[in-house]
Design a protein around this ligand. Structure first.
Ligand SMILES: C[S@@+](CC[C@H](N)C(=O)[O-])C[C@H]1O[C@@H](n2cnc3c(N)ncnc32)[C@H](O)[C@@H]1O
Length: 287
């Protein structure tokens, strides 16, 4: 390992300030692996030399922070949440939104867009004629948002969870990559958004996917984000977290309902309207 302790402290402080993501001691190898390509590109002898440049060149901060965010994702990640989305949330919402016939979804921390486009595919397949839907895809990384807009993926990424039928139906080959169809792109709107900072004006969402990002934050940040996300979800809306994440012991203003092994989080309201769908099994109630 060549990154020095002061250089590591500088980049971990930078990432925390910009994104609230915690780079604990012990993650030096990760920081170094992520920054080495940028150091080489900048003509620096090693990562320490690149960090010295970062200290004097704030215009390079964005690229460094982008490189240090963990963007691991895949199509229909973990499968089960998407099954719950089509099998339970969507039927309930189709009844509950019969007047407006519009659904609003949020892929918060969308990475390169597989989550948002997975949802777009399901909406394309299950939304009745005459309905509209918008998926807001947000991330703190501008590089990731560029990727969502481009909608282009390499073969290795395509192999991660995308059914062959969906590949044929929604993608076309462009050189060595695959590009998502314009129809799906039209459903997905991108916006830069730092979950750890006050939100810009946002619509009210029917479903929020906030998956595999809370794990990177400390407890007060998780609590604060959950509270602000709750303000943006319809009273009968749904929140899905990553499989290792929960609202339990973090924010009591959620109810948790189990669907199979998927924990579905819903804003706690005194009297939820339950005529729209069979209730999922109440796992624990915070209300
Ligand atoms: C591991 S990926 C998860 C992607 C997707 N949600 C999934 O479950 O596959 C985490 C994403 O969170 C983003 N992220 C990290 N800190 C963030 C913040 N403060 N605000 C918004 N996005 C953030 C990263 O840029 C990255 O794209």
């Amino acid at each position: 390992m060549t990154i020095s302790a002061p250089a590591f402290e500088y980049v971990s402080t930078l990432v925390r300030r910009e994104t609230a993501v915690i780079y604990d001691l012990g993650k030096e190898y990760l920081a170094e692996a992520r920054l080495l390509p940028l150091a080489r590109e900048a003509g620096c002898a090693d990562v320490d030399a690149y960090v010295a440049r970062l200290r004097t060149d704030p215009t390079e901060h964005r690229r460094a922070v982008d490189a240090l965010t963990i963007n691991e994702t895949s199509w229909f990640r973990d499968n089960a949440p998407y099954q719950v989305f089509t099998g339970q949330m969507l039927p309930a919402l189709l009844t509950a939104r019969a007047t407006t016939r519009h659904l609003s979804l949020w892929s918060a921390a969308c990475s390169s867009g597989q989550e948002a486009y997975s949802l777009a595919m399901l909406l394309d397949q299950h939304l009745p004629a005459g309905w509209t839907a918008e998926i807001l895809a947000t991330d703190v990384s501008t590089a990731m948002l560029d990727r969502v807009r481009a909608g282009r993926y390499g073969q290795v990424e395509m192999n991660r969870g995308l059914p062959a039928t969906s590949l044929v139906r929604y993608f076309s080959r462009v050189g060595s990559e695959w590009e998502v169809s314009d129809d799906l792109k039209r459903m997905v709107r991108t916006q830069h958004l730092n979950l750890a900072a006050p939100f810009p004006p946002l619509p009210t969402f029917d479903v929020v996917f906030l998956r595999n990002v809370l794990i990177y934050f400390d407890l007060p940040t998780k609590r604060d984000i959950l509270r602000r996300v709750r303000d943006r979800i319809a009273p009968d809306g749904y929140l899905l977290l990553g499989s290792s994440e929960t609202t339990l012991d973090m924010d009591e203003h959620w109810t948790r309902e189990l669907s199979g092994r998927v924990q579905v989080h819903r804003p706690a309201v005194a009297e939820r309207v339950t005529t729209t769908s069979p209730r999922l099994t109440a796992a624990t109630t915070g209300a």
